[in-house]
Design a protein around this ligand. Structure first.
Ligand SMILES: NC(=O)c1ccc[n+]([C@@H]2O[C@H](COP(=O)([O-])OP(=O)(O)OC[C@H]3O[C@@H](n4cnc5c(N)ncnc54)[C@H](OP(=O)(O)O)[C@@H]3O)[C@@H](O)[C@H]2O)c1
Length: 255
């Protein structure tokens, strides 16, 4: 591979749009997610549309052993990634914390924090050895401003922001860059996942709101990773035009 990006959560929403945006920029891709069928169809679609090579990895980022094996295979095949996008993440439920299910709490922590930390831990030594690479972590405005029913999700995204700031310090003597992307409301399957497959409830979140598109975030990630070597974008916060601090959205100005 000439230059390549490893992207978790690459079969849907922001991760998928980022895969396409980076393919358009000439990156070969190593794409990870849990659903093998979706990975295969994403590989076929991207290789049809762009002249890049796509290598799929079935990976559940909650499983440390799977991470170790996947990253070892990827490093053996392609070496250190030029770009690592830690996108895999999710919210589960929107209840007051006292009613939040334990399994939902654990899934958010294990995916959004543990998975992201361990995928980064697995790749970072190879990037340091080569003295190059860009780690892009998907935080959220939820990590900056808590909102009702989302104490755990918001905390996991605050952890992503702090983690990014911490590793940026640890790699300061290297040429590695670390960027936290903090989107507001983006219309993706995110809410459907949050509401355990309840499409009607999920769609109601976006009704009357001109929400961001996954491609809006992907464009910004492509921009961040294509800056000159001297430029490191530490954080980007992107809200919908009808959004303000946190989860405050105006549903009055329907487009
Ligand atoms: N949508 C928003 O409004 C919004 C706003 C701010 C931040 N974000 C963040 O952006 C990221 C992407 O969200 P999205 O809106 O694009 O959601 P999405 O459309 O639901 O995509 C999530 C992706 O993560 C993968 N994934 C979930 N659990 C995984 C696991 N345990 N191991 C590996 N892959 C896993 C999913 O594939 P599989 O299910 O096949 O594994 C899917 O490819 C998340 O970190 C989210 O917190 C989203």
């Amino acid at each position: 591979m000439s230059k390549y990006a490893f992207i978790t959560g690459a079969t849907s929403g922001i991760g998928l749009a980022t895969a396409k945006a980076l393919a358009a920029g000439g990156y070969d891709l190593a794409l990870a997610a849990r659903n093998e069928g979706k990975l295969s169809s994403v590989k076929a679609d991207i290789e049809k549309e762009f002249s890049v090579k796509v290598t799929p990895y079935v990976l559940d980022v909650r499983e440390p052993e799977e991470i170790r094996k996947t990253v070892a295979a990827c490093l053996a095949a392609f070496g250190a990634p030029d770009v690592l996008v830690n996108d895999a993440g999710l919210a589960r439920g929107l209840e007051p914390y006292a009613e939040t299910k334990e399994e939902d709490i654990l899934q958010m922590i294990d995916t959004n924090i543990k998975g992201l930390f361990l995928v980064t831990r697995a790749f970072l030594p190879s990037m340091l050895e080569r003295n190059s690479g860009h780690v892009v972590n998907l935080g959220s405005t939820a990590g900056l401003y808590a909102y009702a029913g989302a104490a755990v999700y918001c905390s996991t995204k605050a952890a992503v922001k702090t983690f990014s700031d911490g590793i940026r310090i640890d790699v300061i003597d290297s040429d590695i860059k670390v960027t936290t992307i903090q989107p507001g409301i983006v219309h993706t399957p995110f809410s459907e996942v949050r509401f355990h497959g309840d499409k009607k409830r999920a769609e109601a979140v976006y009704e009357g709101v001109d929400a961001l598109h996954a491609e809006d975030i992907a464009d910004i990630i492509a921009f961040a990773v294509s800056r000159p070597k001297r430029v490191q974008i530490s954080d980007i916060v992107i809200m919908a035009n009808q959004q303000a601090t946190g989860f405050m959205v105006s549903k009055k100005k329907k487009q």
